[in-house]
Ligand binder design. Structure first.
Ligand code: IPM
Ligand code: MN
Length: 355
């Protein structure tokens, strides 16, 4: 029997409850498709700080590398907000991404027909939106040196090397080839040198993909265009911080940030995580939406394990559940037939996915 090792990082806040549902669904589809998943749990973020004092313990950074893929919930919370930056939960996640060298963060934005009324935007604007944000994840201003803060002056450095831009651009073009063959590269080349290198390099890479139509957009304009006419986008290629901001914005096209999955991919490892945070204010109440985590598990099956059949089962089940009107609290106002708890909707998805 095909057998895979999955490293689970549940994290903080709603992390554990949504990962539990993702595992429920994974177990259902692996059984149906005839393969086996073995899980190992690792600590990261706040949970790791509480247990070891370190947001990214060595056992985690080393241990997860032995798995075929890493499934991650969410980290962070007020409890750890006053810690110095190096000790914060977020630093743990950034270290994990860097350690795994997962440079390409793929954030698909799908608008489910059933939820066109859930967005704050008009149905006519968002109906049929299907775009992919390709965000560079282990470079840019998040990691650039020097950086510092002496209380009077603080600074960070936005830096990209040509080779970093080449490798992320190639990912975006490859994805575009399998989609609608359009890449919009987002930068701030009218102001930033680093963006000029980004733009020039993307132009060079584009020559290898003559079938793909490349356009460029300044990030401020892109933020506006995403709301004005999101259907113009197919693949959005951008750097770390612009991608962070634009993907949160784009998530509202779908109606809830609780719906959007992501895959972070490198040469060797893959990290699969919902794009939302740990939502400590609603943790433990059974009202969080596990769909983003469950959809992240589907991406993991597709990209890391090559189990396309199982991935499609999950995606089909999510659509069916939404179609039939099952909703978690965040989507309760939108054609809900039944309001479900986190674990109820997880069980229904698992059930449909296994059929
Ligand atoms: C995300 C998050 C992270 C980021 C934080 C938690 C470090 O916002 O995955 O989008 O900024 O990358
Ligand atoms: Mn973010």
């Amino acid at each position: 029997m095909r057998s895979y090792k999955i490293a689970l990082i549940k994290g903080d806040g709603i992390g554990p409850e949504i990962i539990e549902e993702a595992v429920k669904v994974l177990d259902a589809v692996s059984f149906s498709e005839g393969f086996e998943l073995k899980y190992e749990e690792y600590l990261l973020g706040g949970a790791a700080i509480d247990a070891t004092g370190d947001p990214a313990p060595k056992e985690t950074l080393e241990g997860v590398k032995k798995a075929d893929a890493v499934l991650f919930g969410a980290i962070g919370g007020e409890k750890w907000d006053s810690l110095p930056r190096q000790k914060r939960p977020e630093t743990g996640l950034l270290k994990l991404r860097k350690e795994l060298q997962v440079f390409a963060n793929l954030r698909p934005v799908t608008v489910y027909d059933e939820l066109v009324n859930a967005s704050t935007l008009k149905p006519s604007v968002i109906e049929g939106v299907d775009l992919m944000v390709v965000r560079e994840l282990i470079g840019g201003i998040y990691f650039g040196e020097p950086r510092g803060n002496d209380g009077q002056k603080a600074f960070n450095t936005m830096v990209y090397t040509k080779s970093e831009v080449i490798r992320i651009a190639k990912v975006a073009f490859e994805i575009a080839m399998k989609r609608n063959k359009r890449v919009c590269s987002v930068d701030k080349a009218n102001v930033l040198d680093v963006s000029q290198l980004w733009r020039d390099t993307v132009e060079e890479v584009a020559k290898e993909y003559p079938e793909v139509m490349l356009s460029h957009m300044y990030v401020d304009n892109a933020a506006m265009q995403l709301i004005r006419d999101p259907k113009q986008f197919d693949v959005i290629l951008t750097g770390n911080i612009f991608g962070d901001i634009l993907s949160d914005e784009a998530s509202m096209l779908s109606g809830s940030i609780g719906l959007l999955p992501s895959a972070s991919i490198g040469e060797k490892y893959g990290l699969y995580e919902p794009i939302h945070g740990s939502a400590p204010d609603i943790a433990g109440q059974g009202i969080s939406n596990p769909i983003a985590a469950i959809a992240s598990a589907a991406m993991m099956l597709r990209f890391a394990l090559n189990e396309e059949g199982a991935a499609q089962r999950i995606e089909r089940a999510i659509k069916q559940v939404l179609h039939e009107g099952y909703r978690t609290q965040d989507l309760s106002a939108y054609d809900a037939k039944e309001i479900c708890s986190t674990s109820e909707i997880g069980s229904i998805i698992a059930n449909y996915a296994s059929k």
